[in-house]
Write a protein that binds this ligand. Structure first.
Ligand code: ADP
Length: 300
């Protein structure tokens, strides 16, 4: 029996793709698609040729996050053509194929397997520097399919997105062990929606004399606390929404021997950018998430 013709076709398609990165999460709603979208925007912004493949069949949110809702896939003699945000950022998602975005996709494993195979076999990406694959949460049929189909061509690695609390981290451990089992390097873990905090810059320490004269002592007070009571700074910075008292993702990474890529803060501007389908890097008003994401992406 000769080699599987589907795997041969996939290998041919993937021959023009330099790097393949999987974005995974243990749970849904932790910001995996948001990260995939912003990673793709960032890589495209660095003049790379980027493809974003959404294999979250049951909950495709990538079209919306890239501002491509309602778009269609076109066929050419080279295959299915991705939908382009920019000439160097193409997107493929089951979301483009659904007649009604409100309709639930209730597919069994083999059908999901089939569409993923088709995405890999039939989409004409052309030359790509990066193919970012946004996977569904957990470790399900889709994960096994993508790993199996890309095994021959290799996957550079996986980025795992999580929130800081223990319930989410438990599932990250499963994700790490999945990667180890199937031989995919873990590029690192991103802790998203990290502590919602009052920015220190907004706080002022004023010395007021009896006559009502005010002196801004903020700089002195900050320096004093940094040197004498750093834990005070945390109190001022506010309480974290998610309990990370057990050390959060950074500690888990140390325990499991995988890289920790960094924290992305809770940021209304990032949420807005995702809702409106745009990059958070081009918006001057963008909050603290943009520099945090940038630092993470530069580490890859
Ligand atoms: P997942 O892909 O893990 O299911 P999403 O990327 O769809 O999660 O994110 C869930 C929601 O949380 C989205 O509305 C998204 O805009 C929002 N979100 C993600 N990360 C952040 C963040 N750091 N700050 C604020 N909102 C965020």
């Amino acid at each position: 029996k000769g080699p599987d013709p589907d795997l041969v076709a996939i290998a041919e398609r993937m021959a023009t793709v330099r790097h393949k990165i999987l974005v995974l999460s243990g749970k849904g709603g932790v910001g995996k698609s948001t990260f995939s979208a912003q990673l793709s925007f960032a890589l495209a912004g660095m003049d790379h040729q980027v493809g974003l493949l959404d294999i979250d069949i049951c909950g495709p949110s990538i079209p919306k996050m890239l501002g491509l809702e309602g778009q269609d896939i076109h066929q050419s003699n080279l295959g299915w053509s991705p939908v382009y945000v920019e000439s160097n950022l193409g997107v493929m998602s089951i979301g483009f194929m659904l007649p009604n975005p409100d309709e639930a996709v209730i597919w069994r494993g083999p059908r999901k397997n089939g569409i993923i195979k088709q995405f890999l076999k039939d989409v004409y990406w052309g030359e790509l520097d990066y193919l970012v694959v946004d996977a569904p949460p957990g470790t399900s049929d889709e994960h096994i399919s993508i790993v199996q189909f890309l095994q021959a061509t290799g996957i550079d690695g996986a980025i795992i997105v999580t929130t800081p609390q223990e319930v989410s981290l438990i599932d990250v451990r499963k994700e790490v062990s999945f990667c180890k089992k199937v031989g995919i390097p873990v590029l690192g873990v991103v802790e998203n929606m990290s502590g919602l905090r009052q920015p220190l810059a907004d706080i002022k320490f004023m010395k007021v004399t009896e006559t009502g004269e005010e002196t801004d002592m903020t700089e002195w007070a900050m320096k004093y606390m940094r040197e004498n009571a750093p834990e005070m700074l945390n109190l001022i910075a506010g309480t974290e929404v998610f309990d990370s008292s057990k050390g959060g993702a950074a500690k888990m990474c140390m325990d499991m021997g995988v890289p920790f890529l960094g924290k992305v803060p809770m940021d209304p501007q990032l949420c807005k950018a995702a809702e409106e389908g745009r990059s958070c890097f081009t918006d001057q008003k963008c909050g603290a998430s943009a520099p945090a994401l940038k630092r993470i992406i530069e580490k890859l």
